[in-house]
Ligand binder design. Structure first.
Ligand code: F6R
Length: 606
């Protein structure tokens, strides 16, 4: 939540910061702002609304060599000009941008107000800058910031600039991400890699409780106590083009179409001689004698975890509990010895997922992270990491990260099944071969885009919809409903098909669309009975069904056919029509597809 971008260098601060913020808008986009050092003072422009609204207000400024910017996702205080960052102290000489939540801000604010500081916003952030002001007396900015870091509680990544020391940006982090981009006679500070792509590929990833002082030609990293920290430079492999729209109208559509390549990339090097080979990942040591697996994640990643549970239990015969991270971290988990936690997170920065990971580690449980971002917090804190190679995912609604997470879930299930000999070699080989075909099958579904688009046009004005399925299909139904809700704002609910008659059937009315997933051969008759129940009450049923089940599904009003595929692996393919459907529903309803209201891509607060 919230994106930070800072620049110090040769004099092109404004376009660099604006470009960086535009790449960080996925982290929040309800207001934005920039502070620049110009003519011996700090000029700040901030505006409610999208970045473009702020940029319109920004007069052309050349030759500015230092500045910090921010794109906000509101936590404390409504989206407004005044609550937008940067925030300034009483004198306007110190400015701060912040990502995170200062938990003790109310007390700090009260004390500072009693001491005479004027607060003008409702944010928690403003307490930081007034506290710096308080300590910035007969001392350096660095020393004042260090004192503040000892007093603030909660999560933060901050960047600070000051009129009296215009040759530096000071930044620090705890529990919110921050990276340093290294240029030649110019340096950057940012919340995430896409902000600096195209500017430099060399970065430092800051760890918790580290502070960095950036000047034009130096970067000095210390811990909060002032001890020097030596860091390896991290070479970014993503290129700037991968984070552009490449002719697509929206990132989401581009990312849907990137799935075949992302799946192939994720599989590459994990299959040798036709079999899953995870030996290079050295994960066996944490799975030795595993008696239970906890999969913990949020949102779409949680839905990938639900598929993971079904696959691991079916193939590797290890009991799995899949939990929502925000629930898991506060429940009294009865930790089973010899258990392993798998955290799934595209960004690797989700606060609740990270907290669950830490809880497991505190209890002596080994953690495997499945993430898309190299160097992310979960990748650094987990015992082992498997990367999804989806490339940068910019649209808030996750698509290619989900399908690649599924691929990893299957690879893991197959690997564990192989190690434990829980299924026959023939079955493993067959599933391996089928997994290798997934990219081609997804490509086939993508060719049906226009048909699905027409369907979306037909249903674009609906108020409510339901997604049904059993087993793997139910897990995908949950993801389909989430996609539709988050980008088209249509009420959507997913139900296990057999559960309807226990209550939700009362919600079915004449003409309500029901999307039914039908890929599990052994369950098709059961699901069809449930479909008949909703049809009898007036629902219009759209079936997403495997070609070979077409006959059985004839009674459905519409059919989207999936190529013949292994039912165990079906989620990788069956989710794709649902992604396309949601995308076009949002387009036809004039919604902001890539930046849905109230949301942000990376949820780094609780
Ligand atoms: C929905 C979506 C979210 C994320 C969730 C977890 O399309 O993207 O539900 O899946 O916020 O994010 P990560 O995977 O970054 O931990």
């Amino acid at each position: 939540m919230c994106g930070i971008m800072g620049y110090i260098g040769k004099g092109n601060a404004v376009p660099v910061i604006i470009d960086g913020l535009s790449k960080l808008e996925y982290r929040g986009y309800d207001s934005s702002g920039i502070a620049l050092y110009n003519n011996n003072q700090i000029e700040t422009v901030k505006k409610k609304g999208r970045l473009s609204t702020m940029v319109e207000k920004l007069e052309e400024k050349a030759g500015i060599d230092i500045g910090i910017g921010h794109t906000r996702w509101a936590t404390h205080g409504v989206p407004s000009d005044v609550n937008a960052h940067p925030h300034a102290d009483c004198t306007g000489q110190i400015v701060v941008v912040h990502n995170g939540i200062i938990e003790n801000y109310a007390k700090l604010r009260k004390d500072l107000m009693l001491e005479g500081h004027d607060f003008i916003s409702d944010t928690d952030t403003e307490a930081i800058v007034h506290l710096i002001e308080k300590y910035y007396k007969n001392t350096s900015l660095e020393k004042a910031v260090r004192k503040v870091l000892k007093e603030v509680q909660g999560s933060f990544a901050i960047a600070v600039m000051c009129v009296n020391e215009p040759d530096k940006i000071i930044a620090a982090k705890k529990d919110s991400p921050l990276i340093v981009g290294l240029g030649e006679n110019e340096n950057y500070i940012a919340s995430d890699i896409p902000a600096i792509l195209g500017k430099t590929k060399q970065i430092y990833i800051l760890e918790d409780k580290e502070l960095v002082i950036l000047t034009k030609d130096s970067v000095e990293i210390t811990d909060f106590d002032g001890n020097k920290v030596h860091k390896e430079i991290f070479e970014v492999t993503w290129d700037a083009i991968a984070a552009e729209k490449a002719g697509y109208e929206h990132f989401m559509l581009k990312e849907i179409h990137e799935q075949p390549v992302a799946i192939k990339e994720t599989l590459r090097e994990k299959i040798k001689d036709g079999l899953v080979d995870m030996s290079d990942l050295n994960i066996d040591e944490i799975f030795e004698d595993t008696e239970k697996i906890y999969i913990v994640a949020c949102g779409t990643a949680y839905h990938a975890g639900l598929v993971g549970k079904l696959a691991i239990e079916k193939l590797a015969k290890i009991p799995v509990e899949t939990d929502i991270a925000s629930e898991f971290r506060y429940r009294d988990v009865l930790w089973t010895p010899k258990s392993v936690m798998i955290v799934v997170s595209q960004s690797g920065e989700t606060a609740d997922t990270l907290a669950a990971l830490r809880e497991a580690k505190r209890n002596g449980i080994k953690v495997l992270a499945v993430t898309n971002v190299v160097g992310s917090s979960v990748s650094r804190e987990a015992d082992k990491v498997i990367y999804t190679h989806a490339g940068p995912e910019i649209a808030v609604a996750s698509t290619k990260a989900y399908t690649t997470q599924l691929v990893i879930m299957y690879l893991l299930a197959l690997h564990l099944a192989n190690v434990k000999s829980t299924i026959s070699k023939e079955e493993i080989t067959k599933l391996n071969n089928d997994l290798l075909k997934m990219d081609t099958l997804v490509e086939k579904v993508l060719t049906q885009q226009n048909k699905i688009k027409a369907l979306a046009e037909k249903y674009k004005d609906i108020q409510s919809t339901f997604f049904l399925g059993r087993s793997f299909d139910y897990a995908v139904a949950m993801e389909g409903a989430l996609k539709l809700k988050e980008i088209s704002y249509i009420h959507a609910e997913a139900y296990a098909a057999g559960e309807l008659k226990h209550g939700p059937l009362a919600l079915i009315y004449d003409g309500v669309p029901v999307l039914a997933l039908i890929t599990q051969d052994h369950l098709v008759d059961k699901t069809m009975s449930n479909i008949k129940e909703v049809k009898a009450r007036g629902a219009v049923v759209v079936a997403i069904c495997k070609e070979n089940l077409q006959e059985t599904c004839q009674e459905c009003d519409e059919q989207i056919l999936l190529p013949d595929l292994n039912p165990i692996l079906a989620p990788i393919v069956s989710v794709v029509p649902l992604q396309i459907f949601s995308y076009y529903m949002a387009v036809f309803r004039d919604c902001d597809v890539d930046k849905p209201r109230n949301l942000a891509k990376s949820v780094t607060v609780e």
